[in-house]
Design a protein around this ligand. Structure first.
Ligand SMILES: [Zn+2]
Ligand SMILES: [Zn+2]
Length: 462
């Protein structure tokens, strides 16, 4: 008898959205409304007026075209790239709310069970864009990360899926998120609150805890609780209120957002400002809930079809028990944010987890997808950025130089700079920006591999 465990079907990860809470492009950028606040001008330079005498704003207003043609001088390079057909892969700057679909093929039936992570404001449009391409025919379970609009405001759009499937869809969420759903959609938890025709999504609420590990539709799911900024909650007084002690006060608490580890091979953290130590330990302990997974893994990444980033060829690059894929929040390259990781924090997380592939999600304007690619390439020992012709080239060079100076080479007396650490500790680790429609596949059957499927195209254009 073989000592290997039976082969597992490959796990597929399909990116529904890789953008921010608003999604990209931002409409005020497209309608040439006021540019983003001056305080953000150190992120990426705005497109400048063509002559010295023009103020940037006068120039912007003068080019508005009510016929519907987007002007090519939209100051925000990201939102401009999203609509400018002449920008190569500019469509990658169209980003929905962060979310993924995880699925595994059933060997008996050949069909997929689809597990959706977050159903945000852009769920319906992203599903219309990608589900036909991906052949998604069922939604078998939903996981919610947290109680913000970009994670659950699309729940109502599950209605037709429930009707067609003729059954309720289980939704896994923590208690705090459940309470938010009750406030926003009372009719989803209490049918007596429905009005009109009375059609409401049939959902089964499954409350999960920070330290849960469960199997959903054949996929091992480990909950990873992280902090996502803070919220204020009311503290009731312990004694009778007086004039000096108010009746109640507001206390800040970390907002808990759930990340997930799937089949011990993919870690997904979409919204995070800090990671508590117990969660680090849960990530570093990658024991599956039930079955053993072979530790002899290799990874193969075919040459990408639609992006010119250099990639490893079909060579064996994996070492024993290395985490295949980390997907992590990175809102801005240079600035920190109160409720999201920046590039630096995302890379520090990758240095601790040492995944083979790190995909950055949650990025917002004015940084473009091309700029993110260049930033990631600049982390490589050989520093391959700066070689490609591109309309974003000038602004990209400006940004990459600052990232190298302020993030990659910045060092303290105690600690090396990020780039030096990367080359010492995780030299073969690849970092890339993800995009909407990307599909990854990983297997962990002793011949494990990670590959990008050719489903990773732009999907249906809308
Ligand atoms: Zn913009
Ligand atoms: Zn959020």
């Amino acid at each position: 008898m073989s000592s290997h465990p039976p082969p597992q079907p490959p796990l597929q990860l399909l990116f529904m959205g890789t953008g921010t809470s608003t999604g990209l492009p931002l409409t005020p950028c497209l309608t040439l409304s006021n540019p983003y606040p001056e305080a953000f001008s150190d992120m990426v330079p705005l497109l400048r007026a063509t002559s010295e005498s023009d103020s940037p704003m006068a120039h912007i207003k003068g080019t508005w075209n009510p016929q519907g043609q987007f002007p090519n001088n939209i100051p925000c390079p990201c939102c401009r790239s999203a609509v400018d057909q002449d920008v190569p892969e500019g469509w990658k700057n169209k980003r929905g709310n962060t979310g993924v679909l995880v699925r595994k093929q059933n060997e008996q039936t050949g069909g997929y069970k689809n597990l959706l992570v977050d159903v945000g404001k852009t769920f319906r449009e992203q599903a219309a864009r990608f589900f036909p391409k991906w052949g998604v025919k069922t939604i078998d379970a939903v996981l919610l990360t947290h109680g913000h609009a970009d994670a659950y405001f699309g729940l109502d759009d599950l209605r037709e899926w429930c009707i067609r499937q003729g059954r309720a869809i289980p939704v896994y969420l923590n208690q705090e998120t459940y309470e938010k759903v009750c406030e926003a959609f009372p009719y989803m938890v209490d049918k007596t609150k429905a009005s009109g025709g009375g059609d409401v999504p049939q959902l089964i609420w499954k409350i999960i805890k920070d330290d849960d590990q469960l199997e959903i539709e054949g996929i091992d799911v480990k909950v990873l609780a992280v902090h996502h900024g803070i919220y204020f909650h009311t503290i009731q007084p312990t004694s009778t209120p007086t004039t000096t002690s108010p009746s109640e006060r507001l206390e800040p608490e970390p907002l808990i957002c759930l990340g997930f580890m799937f089949d011990s091979s993919i870690i997904y953290i979409s919204d995070v400002s800090s990671i508590p130590e117990p969660t680090w330990q849960r990530m570093l302990d990658r024991q599956p809930r039930q079955r053993p997974i072979s530790s002899s893994a290799k990874m193969i990444l075919p040459t990408p079809i639609d992006t010119p980033i250099s990639t490893p060829s079909n060579e064996e690059v994996q070492t024993q028990d290395q985490l295949p894929i980390l997907i992590i929040d990175a809102l801005w390259p240079l600035r920190p944010h109160a409720s999201h990781f920046s590039l630096k924090q995302a890379l520090l997380a990758a240095l601790r987890l040492k995944p083979k592939y790190t995909y950055l999600i949650g990025s917002t304007h004015p940084t473009t997808h091309f700029m993110w690619e260049e930033i990631c390439l600049a982390l490589r020992p050989e520093g391959e950025n700066g070689k490609r012709e591109h309309p974003d080239r000038v602004q990209s060079d400006w940004l990459v130089k600052r990232v190298i100076d302020r993030i990659y080479n910045e060092r303290s007396q105690k600690e090396r700079g990020i780039k030096e650490r990367w080359n010492l500790e995780n030299k073969d680790g690849i970092v890339r920006p993800a995009w909407d429609g990307l599909v990854l596949q990983t297997t962990l059957d002793g011949e494990g591999e990670v590959e990008r499927l050719d489903l990773s195209t732009r999907g249906l254009v809308y």
